[in-house]
Design a protein around this ligand. Structure first.
Ligand code: KDG
Ligand code: MG
Length: 403
């Protein structure tokens, strides 16, 4: 069997998605997600101009060799653009391999480790009262784990909170929107939010929160400590993770569990945090961390240190990523949780899929492959629209801050 084509499809059914479709001389095809929010066309060009010509004529079954061919062969290693492109190839090739075997993908990874995948949903509100209502609505819908984000008094636009009344979607401007930030206001508000949320939901429901890289290590330690009475499942990205030693300081001060890694793209980004046991959950995804082949290596490293998986699952990852992630989650022994931010009906119709959500759990399908395809005719009706993630400035003086 040989690869005959590798085509890149860019579409915007409400948000941009980049998809790689690999075709073979025996008619078996596979698809992979290559979406890198706000930098979509860089990955599309990387695949189209630099990767696709090298795939033609190769045996699609040799996905391990192809992974190393693309990783080592580029000479320029790692980075989000390269690793997202490699991930798309890898996901499409696993899809093909599983279709050839006539098996759902999780069977090729080692089979089922669980009956379903526990997810966390997103509850957001302009203030504490609205957020509590949203958390309760999610609890009634059957969610066992809920992320709570709320507007902060005195701040105009805050990560995770919709300002349009529609579903929260961070990439919203044809140039980056500007948000404002004040850590002191946030640090005063967040324990009040979780005091109210915990009181409302009771003890059984897991609560999560995303700090989105905004605090200093010491502020993050203060936040973790102040949230301990509310027993969070995790706080995510409490500080920037370039200097990973910083997490040792957070750890010294709090037992609130920590999740990091949605912006990581290789095992090397995770190594110190995992080996030094500075985190509890690793958030790398199929799409941004080199595909199933590489994510598996990260999960195996994490397992040695009792770190569990908690993959990123925002709407900027396409339903193809979710399909592949669910097969991975169904297999991976050290599974923790999966983020679930539902796509719109239109997005889901562009990507026909066999996975399904039911009362706080996601279920991968049983069809051969990862169970997701792209409806190219429908996708063609929604061309790319430039969109950026926001930037964040300190309210005090306009200094640029992490968003
Ligand atoms: O593209 C960026 C988003 O995926 C990110 O802001 C979402 O932090 C996020 C999360 O935890 O889902
Ligand atoms: Mg996050």
């Amino acid at each position: 069997m040989k690869i005959t084509a590798a085509r890149v499809i860019v579409c915007c059914p409400g948000r941009n998605f980049v998809t790689l479709k690999i075709e073979t001389d025996e008619g078996v095809t596979g698809v992979g997600d290559a979406t890198l929010n706000g930098r979509e066309l860089a990955v599309a060009s990387y695949l189209q101009d630099h990767v696709a010509p090298c795939l033609i004529g190769r045996d699609p079954q040799q996905l391990e060799d192809i992974w190393h061919y693309l990783y080592k062969g580029a000479y320029w290693r790692r980075g989000p653009v390269t690793m997202t492109a490699i991930a798309a190839v890898d996901t499409a090739l696993w899809d093909i391999k599983a279709k050839i075997a006539g098996q759902p993908l999780y069977q090729l990874l080692g089979g089922r480790s669980r009956s379903a995948v526990m997810v966390y949903g997103h509850a957001t509100g302009a203030d504490i009262a609205q957020t509590v209502d949203e958390v309760l609505r999610h609890q009634e819908e059957g969610y066992r784990a809920i992320r709570a984000q709320s507007g902060v008094p005195g701040l105009d636009k805050v990560y995770g909170v919709s300002t349009t009344g529609r579903m929260y979607e961070p990439a919203d401007g044809s140039v980056p929107a500007e948000h404002d930030w004040d850590s002191a206001k946030y640090l005063r508000h967040t324990p009040e939010l979780f005091e109210a949320v915990r009181l409302a939901v009771g003890e059984e429901t897991h609560l999560l929160h995303d700090v989105h890289h905004r605090l200093t290590p010491l502020e993050a330690a203060q936040l973790g400590k102040s949230l301990e009475p509310y027993r969070l499942f995790w706080i995510e990205d409490p500080t920037e993770a370039e200097n990973q030693q910083a997490f040792a300081l957070i750890r010294q001060h709090t037992t609130t569990p920590i999740a990091v890694g949605e912006v990581f793209n290789s095992i090397w980004d995770c190594k110190q945090l995992i080996e030094s046991q500075l985190i509890d959950y690793i958030r790398t995804t199929v799409t941004h961390a080199g595909g199933i082949t590489h994510l598996r290596r990260i999960a195996d490293l994490a397992a040695l240190y009792q770190v569990r998986t908690g993959s990123h699952g925002a709407t900027d990852l396409s339903p193809i990523c979710m399909g592949a992630a669910l097969h991975f989650d169904t297999w991976v022994p050290n599974f923790g949780i999966q983020e679930y931010m539902p796509h719109s009906e239109l997005m889901l119709s562009v990507f026909p899929h066999d996975w399904r959500y039911e009362r706080g759990m996601l279920y991968c399908g049983e069809s051969p492959g990862h169970g997701v395809d792209i409806d190219e005719k429908l996708a063609a009706r929604y061309p790319y629209q430039r969109a950026y993630l926001p930037v964040n400035r300190l309210q005090r003086d306009g200094s640029l801050h992490s968003w």
